[in-house]
Design a binder for this molecule. Structure first.
Ligand SMILES: [Ca+2]
Ligand SMILES: [Ca+2]
Ligand SMILES: [Ca+2]
Length: 213
């Protein structure tokens, strides 16, 4: 029985990916806890990077995205309701999603494609937000220069960012031009990042880090 539970648990490899996401893209003041002010800092940094001034349509749109994101994170992640999401609470939230995913797969008559494609609303919005953040020219595609530009701003080395992009855009069958990534492809790779326990999967490189083992 213990063996069965352990089999379903998040692996260290998966935990490393979730913690990397937490530390790089959420916990802005690097104090190990996620709070509303981290999201405000992230939001303002992005507005500054993009030249979106307070009161403009773009600024208001991203305010709404971040408010929604925080509400969902609190609902799903803040177990003791103190307005702070610790790393343990963060991992517990992903563990719940992981268990839910494994349960759905076991359900009778489960449609495999639907299960693989199903993620919570907030994660859907978050992936879209990240895509928009990376797509600096707003043409619906991410290229290697855009990826490097944004990732280095989040502390990734230019070399790692470029290598990661070349890896995850490699052999991308959904694109005619293999040097760019569109939203459906980015979404698929992101789901792989949040779900896969297989180090060779291309989605693992979507945050610009090359090794989580
Ligand atoms: Ca923090
Ligand atoms: Ca908490
Ligand atoms: Ca672009």
């Amino acid at each position: 029985m213990g063996g069965l539970l352990a089999k379903n648990e998040l692996s260290q490899f998966q935990k490393n990916k979730f913690l990397h996401e937490f530390n790089t893209f959420f916990d802005f003041n690097k104090d190990g806890v996620l709070e509303w002010k981290d999201l405000v800092n992230a939001r303002e940094k992005i507005c500054e990077l993009s030249g979106w001034k307070t009161g403009t349509e773009k600024h208001q749109a991203i305010e709404a995205v971040f408010s929604d994101l925080w509400r969902h994170l609190q609902d799903d992640g803040d177990e003791n309701l103190d307005g702070r999401i610790t790393q343990d609470e963060w991992l517990a939230m992903w563990r719940q999603l992981h268990f839910h995913y494994l349960d759905s797969k076991k359900e009778k008559n489960a449609c495999v494609e639907e299960v693989e494609d199903s993620i919570p609303r907030w994660l859907e919005d978050y992936i879209k937000y990240k895509f928009d953040l990376l797509d600096r020219t707003a043409d619906g595609k991410i290229d290697v220069d855009e990826f490097e530009y944004v990732m280095t701003d989040f502390g990734v080395s230019p070399k790692d960012a470029r290598t990661a992009f070349l890896l995850f855009s490699y052999n991308n069958e959904t694109q005619s031009n293999q040097t760019t990534i569109d939203l459906p492809c980015f979404r698929k790779l992101s789901i792989e990042y949040f779900r896969s326990n297989e180090p060779s999967q291309l989605g693992n490189f979507i945050t610009g880090r090359l090794d989580f083992t």
